[in-house]
Ligand binder design. Structure first.
Ligand code: MGD
Ligand code: MGD
Ligand code: SF4
Ligand code: MO
Length: 707
């Protein structure tokens, strides 16, 4: 941090209140030092918000570095050389928007409306600025967008079992006697989980158990470390359930009342012994037994299930298995007990106006964002029965960096017959390949509203400072394009962000923009019985499904009907199990690579700030020391790694504490941070996970050698 830009701590004129807009389950309530009408100082966690509890991550505390960054995009740019050459000419916003509209009209005239693909994701999680692009899409009948990068396997696995995507109040973690942090690197990715878990340890002597594939910053804080091999959590969970049944620690009365087939599960688990699991997941039999006894005897066990362990081709099954374990112990009946993954079901804000869902046409083809490389290189399956994509608006996402099968993504974005407009804050890997770049505002410069996936608050993020001259908010770009493309009279257009916020809040009976300005947030957590599923689980019969109907049970993120089930659905198991759907190692590719988030970047964001880059140092491959020795690799050596999708070079680091055969690369470094100019997603695959799609970012086989 020593050589980072100092944060201006000059006189604080006022304190503003906001929410962190980034794609992080913590969605922190923020206090922002306002130094001038266009300048911020420090950002802090709001201590008045019970979940944030005054704690935020270092990268957002230093937001001044990002918002006042000298490299922010300020002017619309039109490509003046070859794609990616870096030659631009500046344009007025009107001229740039005119050009985009002209290209969209032309593309539509030639190929039909589905040739235009508005593409977006999670740069900001604000409902107005993120989701408004769908209003333009639906009004124009442009191609639909299947957002499969992140939540699919996790949400599907959870909902298949519980019938809903919600759970016990996350604050209850502090009232637990055992907190199992499973497949989430919370210290790095959602720091507030640690606040509440550590409170339980301090105040109640609770044990913190971490289930992960390497000794990451979260596992370093654990009392019990369970180190599984990637993609084997199902085996571990099944063996733990086996022990629970065998030793009389399963809550049979509860199971008879609240689950579909406990007897079937018990008999299925007969052969899922700890010895069976040890051979698959690498966790010694005695550790599996000790873990099962700990959670079986500790009524108040809170299972905090993350996203990371579901980024495997069998991730849905593993999430469902971990959740099933929490049901077998009966943990849901107790305060401080149960399993929590996401509260996304509880918010129920009406987005029909902001997203224009009222004029959504189910006949329009869908494109899977994870398959953007295949889509843009003309793969017929990925094009899903529609025309080639020849025009795009990309807002709020950086697919040239974050999407799998990166070589195809780049090849596609370079196509001469593809027109790409990118609305961005920085010259990202994606923006570099655009035809038109539009500068975007940041969250403190526009109005929006946010939901906390990892907790239960809806938080207002009003405009607090003036943007520099140039950048416009996403909402304004969508409105301006709506006008130029002849849909501005459609319902939902012509409203301000505040109008949208007022509509969503008032329909939910939660007040409006002004009342939220005073109250800052609303807590919409369900009552105890509902949250703990004591009135029944979310399925019609109220029963938890140990035997999910993988392709028929409705899921929270159910893919559009027209896309249907995805991936090898016929290989999904009847009961919780280990299924070898993963990209297993083989003789040519003896290592399994996980590409886990780093602490100082947030997806591809913050890689532009000096303090984050300084902390992350350089792209690194974490190897087991014995694996390294076998390959003749020493700490700090340059290594090459690759598979059929491509290859990369980086430096070795030997202290990750994973099992043999597992290698880890942390962080979405910009592609240019690697020697060859290709990023980590060169190695990851875009094949869909069963049954409802999603990208298996942590499930990649590779070879590794000294470079
Ligand atoms: N600092 C920072 N914070 C972030 C992000 C970021 O990039 N940086 N990204 C944000 C986003 S978009 C999301 S979705 C969340 C994700 O946050 P998390 O839910 O924490 O998910 P990951 O960080 O992807 O992975 C969590 C851990 O799971 C491990 N893991 C991988 N495969 C397996 C497996 O098979 N089994 C087990 N048990 N563990 C496995 C990973 O190595 C990692 O240590 O974080 C958000 N917060
Ligand atoms: N290898 C590997 N790949 C991954 C992952 C992984 O763990 N490993 N994680 C995956 C996951 S979970 C996710 S969610 C995706 C995330 O993928 P993205 O959503 O693409 O990632 P972000 O970096 O969060 O945001 C993208 C861009 O949005 C911009 N942005 C922010 N706010 C605004 C705004 O208000 N307006 C506009 N126009 N732009 C804005 C930022 O500058 C940033 O460049 O990545 C996925 N890719
Ligand atoms: S990135 Fe996550 S932990 Fe950091 S301030 Fe935002 S919501 Fe909080
Ligand atoms: Mo994500």
């Amino acid at each position: 941090m020593n050589d980072a830009t100092p944060i201006d701590s000059g006189a604080v004129a006022a304190i503003g209140h906001s929410a962190c807009p980034h794609d992080c389950p913590s969605t922190c309530a923020l206090e922002v030092d306002l130094l001038a009408h266009n300048r911020i100082g420090r950002v802090r966690g709001d201590s008045g918000n019970s979940y944030t509890a005054g704690v935020i991550c270092a990268k957002v505390a230093r937001y001044a570095e990002r918002i006042h960054h000298p490299e922010r995009l300020l002017k619309p740019l039109i490509r003046a050389g070859a794609k990616g050459e870096g030659k631009w000419k500046e344009a007025s916003f009107d001229a740039a928007l005119d050009l985009i509209a002209e290209k969209f009209v032309k593309a539509e005239a030639e190929f039909g409306s589905e040739t235009v693909w508005p593409n977006f994701y999670a740069g900001t999680m604000g409902l107005v600025q993120r989701d408004g692009i769908n209003r333009l899409r639906h009004a124009k009948r442009y191609s639909n967008h299947f957002g499969s990068f992140c939540t699919n396997m996790a949400w599907t696995g959870f909902t298949m079992g519980a019938g809903a995507l919600r759970g016990p109040d996350p604050h209850e973690m502090a009232k637990s006697d055992c907190v199992v942090i499973w497949g989430t690197n919370a210290v790095s990715t959602q720091v507030n989980v640690m606040t509440h878990a550590i409170r339980a340890r301090k105040e109640r002597g609770a044990k913190i158990v971490v289930v992960d594939i390497y000794d990451n910053p979260t596992m370093k804080q654990a009392d019990v470390k369970i180190l599984v091999k990637p993609g084997t959590d199902g085996a571990f969970a099944c063996a733990a359930m086996h022990v629970l049944f065998r030793e009389g620690l399963a809550d049979r009365d509860y199971l008879n009342k609240f689950s579909d087939d406990p007897a079937g599960l018990e008999s299925h688990l007969q052969t899922r012994t700890p010895e069976w699991a040890e051979a698959i997941c690498g966790v010694p039999t005695s550790e599996i037994e000790d873990f099962a006894r700990l959670v079986g005897n500790t009524k108040r066990t809170f299972f905090r299930l993350g996203y990371g362990f579901t980024r495997q081709r069998n991730g849905v099954v593993n999430m469902h298995a971990a959740l099933s374990l929490a049901v077998v112990t009966g943990s849901f009946q107790h305060e401080g007990g149960g399993a929590f993954h996401s509260n996304s079901d509880i918010f129920r804000l009406d987005k029909s106006l902001v997203e224009g869902t009222r004029y959504f046409d189910p006949g329009v083809r869908w494109l899977d964002q994870s398959k953007i490389g295949r889509v843009l290189t003309g793969d017929a399956e990925a094009l899903n029965g529609g025309p080639p994509v020849t025009a795009m608006l990309i807002q709020n996402t950086n697919p040239a960096n974050v999407a799998p099968e990166q070589r195809k993504v780049i090849e596609g974005l370079r196509r001469e017959d593809l027109f790409v407009a990118v609305h961005e804050q920085f010259m990202t890997d994606t923006a570099q390949l655009a035809d038109v770049v539009l500068p975007a505002t940041m969250f403190l410069e526009h109005d929006d509203i946010y939901r906390g996936g990892g907790h239960q608050h809806i938080i207002l993020g009003p405009k607090l400072v003036e943007p520099p001259e140039g950048p416009r908010q996403n909402h304004d770009v969508i409105e301006a394009l709506g006008e130029r493309l002849g849909v501005s009279d459609r319902e939902g257009f012509g409203m301000t962000p505040r109008d949208h916020i007022n509509y969503m809040l008032s329909k939910r009976g939660l007040g409006d923009f002004e009342s939220f300005k005073a109250d800052k947030w609303a807590d919409v957590q369900a009552g105890f019985d509902e949250a703990h599923f004591l009135n029944g689980f979310g399925h019609r019969d109220g029963k938890f499904r140990f035997k999910p109907d993988w392709t028929r049970t409705p899921a929270a993120n159910k893919p559009p009907k027209r896309m249907g089930p995805q991936g090898p659905v016929d290989q999904l198991p009847e009961f919780p199990d280990h299924v070898e759907l993963i990209e297993s190692a083989d003789t040519e590719h003896p290592f399994r690579l996980a590409t886990s988030p780093s602490r100082s970047f947030l997806n591809s964001s913050f890689a532009e700030t000096k303090s984050s880059r300084t902390k992350e140092k350089r792209p690194v491959l974490m190897l087991h020391p014995e694996d390294a020795a076998a390959c003749g690799i020493a700490d700090g050596d340059r290594v090459a790694l690759g598979n059929s999708r491509g290859e990369l070079a980086m430096h070795a680091s030997l202290d990750a504490g994973q099992r043999r055969g597992v290698v880890i690369h942390e962080g979405l470094w910009p592609n240019s941070a690697f020697e060859g100019g290709e990023g980590i997603n060169t190695l990851t695959g875009a094949d869909a996970c069963a049954p409802y799609g999603g990208a298996a970012f942590h499930d990649t086989r590779v070879w590794v050698r000294k470079a």
